[in-house]
Design a protein around this ligand. Structure first.
Ligand code: MD3
Ligand code: FE
Length: 211
């Protein structure tokens, strides 16, 4: 007998060694109010790259440390340089989600101390890069996609080549660790569309252990 109610997508998919996709694992209705609280305190801003150009992705942070780009370089700081105040604390819904996702992907002892929050508008993308500013690269990174869908680009450990394209939808969680922690990755420019809770925007949370 065919199961008419079989899930449309696998709930846990190992994309490659160290890359795990948990489709629909996160609930945007629960997370978006927490993002609103954080950005009331630490608003989204376009950070300036060390090359002197404003980034297209708007960013802010929550947690004990926040990732910042300054003309002097990339770093994690305990305070928001805009306000001088500590970054807003990681809300319980964030911590709970990140630790459950990491555990399901095989990283049972992960507790983040930083969450970078990215905001994409139509036409905004993120060029391929590695995440190298965290002290201990043995910890994974947990990424949560909310709102409008985007095409994620997954490269290898060296720059170049053609990426594997992974469409990321509202509620999808990707966990990167082990041999894939230092892969190059990017996001294609956002195609204009609408999500009932975010309008034409996409948000991405990346949970990290900075120190
Ligand atoms: C693979 N963010 O914030 S999430 C970033 O959708 C970043 O906003 C993208 O790349 C976004 O640094 C992609 C997926 C992701 C995040 C961090 C990673 C993949 C990663 C770190 C290491 C390897
Ligand atoms: Fe990244």
């Amino acid at each position: 007998m065919t199961d008419l109610f079989a899930p449309l997508r696998a709930e846990k998919e190992v994309i490659r060694d160290g890359v795990v996709l948990l489709s629909g694992f996160a609930d945007s209705a629960e997370l978006l109010p927490a993002i609103k609280n954080i950005t009331d305190e630490a608003p989204f801003r376009h950070m300036v790259t060390p090359g002197g150009r404003p980034m297209k992705v708007a960013m802010t942070n929550a947690g004990s440390y926040g990732w910042v780009s300054t003309p002097q370089g990339y770093r994690y700081l305990p305070e928001d340089p805009v306000s001088g105040a500590p970054w807003p604390a990681l809300p319980e819904v964030f911590l709970n989600l990140a630790t459950r996702a990491a555990k399901k992907a095989g990283f049972g002892d992960f507790t983040p101390d930083a969450c970078l929050i990215n905001r994409y508008e139509p036409g905004t993308g993120l060029s391929p890069h590695q995440d190298l500013d965290e002290a201990d690269k043995n910890w994974p990174i947990v990424s949560v996609s909310l709102g409008v869908s985007a095409d994620f680009q997954l490269y290898g450990l060296k720059r170049g080549g053609s990426p594997l394209i992974i469409p990321l939808h509202d509620g999808d969680v990707l966990v990167f660790g082990g041999p894939s922690r230092l892969v190059y990755h990017g996001v294609k420019p956002l195609v204009r569309s609408r999500h009932p809770l975010t309008g034409d925007q996409r948000f991405n949370l990346t949970f990290r252990r900075a120190r």
